[in-house]
Design a protein. Structure first.
Length: 228
């Protein structure tokens, strides 16, 4: 899946700001993957490697959906929503990947993007310290996220379908991402997901763990009644 997933390395906020962000259209629900897999071959897809991702921790804020903050591969990773395309695709700008222990100044900026107040009186924080602080915070919910991802490209557009577990509850997802918005639109339609609501990871996780109701996501994805 080399065209979809690259190796995680520490990146300063300044260096991350130089990365050209891609727009993303993503859908969640049940019984998505079989349809997408069938249609991708008809579209002439080029298959990339499948990958079982190491468990990640996402930090959901009750106050914003614009800051995607997670621990991935031992790094504190942040992306910020910076806009929408005319088609409504979301654009998230990488904003740094920080090694633990994370310096107070870097963590303070990340917490500010989550729009929560948190007292930071140490020079740096370990991964366990930050997760513990987030668990105790009334406006933050850390969620364990596991992913089995299948990457492919269609006409140069990066795509995937995947199974995702939020705190052990599984939903399916599919997405397309690119700087080529017109090309994205064609592939989204080809894969048969254009009519589904564009839902990013933060809002999907909130839906599963009960921070959002189905009515708070337009045409929100249904949950499997057997989910825990």
């Amino acid at each position: 899946m080399s065209a979809v997933i690259s190796k995680n390395v520490a990146t300063s906020a300044a260096d991350a700001a130089k990365i050209v962000p891609r727009a993303e259209f993503r859908v969640f629900g049940q019984d998505i993957n079989e349809q997408v897999e069938a249609k991708m071959w008809d579209a002439g897809a080029t298959l990339q490697k499948a990958r079982k991702m190491p468990a990640e921790t996402y930090f959901l804020s009750a106050n914003t959906d614009d800051a995607n903050v997670k621990v991935r591969d031992g790094l504190l990773d942040i992306k910020l929503k910076v806009g929408l395309t005319p088609e409504g695709y979301e654009i998230f700008q990488p904003s740094g990947k920080f090694q633990f222990p994370v310096k107070q100044a870097d963590l303070a900026e990340i917490v500010a993007h989550l729009k929560v107040d948190m007292s930071l009186d140490r020079d740096s924080y370990t991964i366990d310290e930050f997760i513990g602080m987030a668990r105790r915070h009334p406006d933050l919910v850390p969620v364990t996220v596991e992913k089995m991802r299948y990457g492919f490209t269609v006409a140069g557009i990066i795509c995937e379908f995947a199974r995702v577990w939020f705190n052990g509850a599984m939903v399916e997802t599919a997405c397309c991402e690119s700087e080529n918005y017109a090309g994205m639109r064609k592939v989204i339609e080809t894969l048969g997901i254009a009519a589904m609501p564009n839902t990013n990871y933060l809002r999907a996780a909130k839906r599963v763990v009960g921070m959002l109701s189905n009515t708070e996501i337009p045409n929100g994805f249904p949950l499997d009644p057997d989910l825990p």
